[in-house]
Design a protein around this ligand. Structure first.
Ligand SMILES: NC(=O)c1ccc[n+]([C@@H]2O[C@H](COP(=O)([O-])OP(=O)(O)OC[C@H]3O[C@@H](n4cnc5c(N)ncnc54)[C@H](OP(=O)(O)O)[C@@H]3O)[C@@H](O)[C@H]2O)c1
Length: 331
């Protein structure tokens, strides 16, 4: 069956400007870090991606190493693009990144010009795309001059292989310097991709201020704390969940009674608001418009639908915010 996008797709999703740049992103974006490798069926992947697009999620976030195996999420996304979304390319923002280990030897990770430009060529080949919308440096490299890494992003944009440049996991000071270098090169920093959730608030200690200052947007990753800030683990660790798998990033041992006590208390706040916990966690990240978009993961269409419905209520009163702080602030 030929896929035809839902005519209603732009009716409910808010789109927010990336800092002082022209590009607007959906309040919720879909990330393909987990659940889109060759370890999952292509049909469920394609169902999630197409349902997301039907719900106004115009932005898909990838990286060279997403899988497993590394590279396979880009290959699978490329298959869905080629089969179903080719006609909608101009309605879609695709991002990819380079920075983590991708191939052996001295040129397969970090931030050299050699690595970044070769990696982008490989990503385009895997996805079958002529260009990505956003190319990110995935993590700061302590041993490569920032001028070299930012110069490579600028080259990618000048070559037409990326439309915009971004950075991820950079500290406030690294971000300020990177933005200045990019500005001087004539390729403004579009966006920063940091981790941010009710449980992880480091961006509030300076990064969001720097982004305001330099005019870049922000897209918060792991806003559900990889599933902790949902109902996923309320009654134990279910089969097939991230914590039940081999991911080193979320383990069953990490889900302690103390964590669950907090999650249950937050769940009660969400219930009073008439939201699922996932919806409240996403609304919280998006409150006040300082964050441009939240990039979510999903392993099923119902999860995606539940999360996207967060846009129905992004407002909090002061009492709710204080109560959430009481349960979620871990510092
Ligand atoms: N730049 C970086 O360094 C970096 C790092 C990490 C992530 N990211 C980006 O951020 C994206 C999102 O990261 P993430 O997957 O960790 O984000 P997340 O949204 O915090 O967690 C996603 C997981 O939460 C569970 N979930 C999602 N919606 C749910 C719902 N409505 N109800 C119950 N459970 C739900 C699912 O777990 P199950 O799989 O267990 O079902 C899902 O895989 C990535 O795909 C990637 O694009 C970037």
């Amino acid at each position: 069956m030929t896929y035809v996008a839902a005519p209603t797709r732009y009716e409910t999703m808010p789109y927010r400007r990336c800092g002082r740049n022209g590009l607007r992103l959906p309040a919720l974006s879909l990330g393909l870090w987990h659940n889109f490798g060759h370890d999952r069926g292509i049909e469920v992947q394609s169902d999630i991606i197409l349902r997301a697009f039907d719900l106004g999620v115009t932005h898909f976030d990838l990286a060279n190493n997403y899988g497993p195996p590394p590279g396979s999420a880009e290959e699978n996304f490329g298959r869905v693009m080629a089969r179903d979304l080719r006609a909608y390319r101009d309605e879609i923002v695709v991002s990819t990144k380079a920075g983590f280990l991708m191939w052996p030897g001295p040129y397969g990770e970090w931030g050299s010009r050699k690595y970044l430009l070769a990696s982008l060529d490989q990503s385009l080949e895997r996805m079958g795309l002529e260009y990505v919308d956003v190319f990110y440096h995935h993590r700061p490299d302590p041993d490569t001059p920032l001028e070299e890494s930012m110069g490579a992003l600028d080259t990618a944009v000048r070559q037409g292989k990326a439309l915009y440049a971004g950075v991820s996991n950079y500290s406030p000071e690294q971000t300020r310097q990177a933005a200045a270098i990019l500005r001087d090169l004539g390729t403004p920093m579009l966006i920063h991709q940091p981790s941010y959730s009710m449980f992880n608030r480091w961006v509030e200690d300076g990064l969001l201020d720097v982004l305001d200052e330099v005019g870049a947007g922000s897209i918060a990753y792991s806003p559900l704390s990889q599933g902790l800030l949902t109902d996923r683990y309320l009654n134990g660790v279910p089969e097939g969940s991230r914590a039940a798998g081999s991911s080193p990033f979320l383990t069953a041992e990490g889900i302690t009674e103390e964590v669950l006590r907090r999650v249950r208390a937050l769940n009660a706040v969400a219930e009073r608001r008439g939201q699922s916990l996932a919806q409240m966690a996403l609304a919280w990240v998006l409150r006040g418009e300082r964050v441009t978009s939240a990039v979510i993961g999903a392993s099923s269409v119902p999860q995606l639908e539940d999360s996207v419905a967060a846009v129905g209520n992004l407002e909090f009163d002061a009492d709710e915010l204080a109560e959430i702080d009481g349960y979620a602030r871990v510092d």
